[in-house]
Design a binder for this molecule. Sequence first.
Ligand code: FES
Ligand code: FES
Length: 193
Amino acid sequence: MNVTQPDERVAIHLDVNGSPEEVFVSPRLTLADALREKLGLTGTKLGCEQGVCGACTVLLDGQPARACLLLAVQASGRSVQTVEGLSQGPSLTRLQQSFQRHHALQCGFCTAGFLMTSSALLQDNAAPQREEIRQAISGNICRCTGYETIIDAVADVGAVAPEDGHREEPGSGDQWADSARAGHEHVDEEVAQ
Ligand code: FES
Ligand code: FES
């Protein structure tokens, strides 16, 4: 039997935001750490690291998943979408624009997780009711907003039937747009220390 030693690196293959990636990881490395440390995708945040807060939510084969609870090797051969993959270049999605418009973020630490959870909801249900939104985001914690503005933002997207994958024209470039795109990188840098 071929037994992998704990400190041995193994090659995994991921489709990350539409790009094939080969990454060498410790078998114990979480998907969240692999995304952040191996691929530099620091939009995925780490809060509780025990599956409670939802800050680390990514889409695994299109479904929301806690990247802190998954080993990177468990994601091998699968598709991973992070918050960086929502927009293309300077183009914000409708959802991101709506978060900006409704002030659905303050510190922004939870935002990537909410965006990923909400985008999955909108893929399945283009016009969710507020209670459906509330239920969908119930696994994501925000310490700042009180949730109502987040629900407003998601509901607003649902109220306008999307035809372009929830994508908008290039953003305004202001602080809210930048935060909605990938979370607050300055916060991330502090947390990553
Ligand atoms: S960091 Fe993964 S659920 Fe909190
Ligand atoms: S905006 Fe600060 S935790 Fe949600």
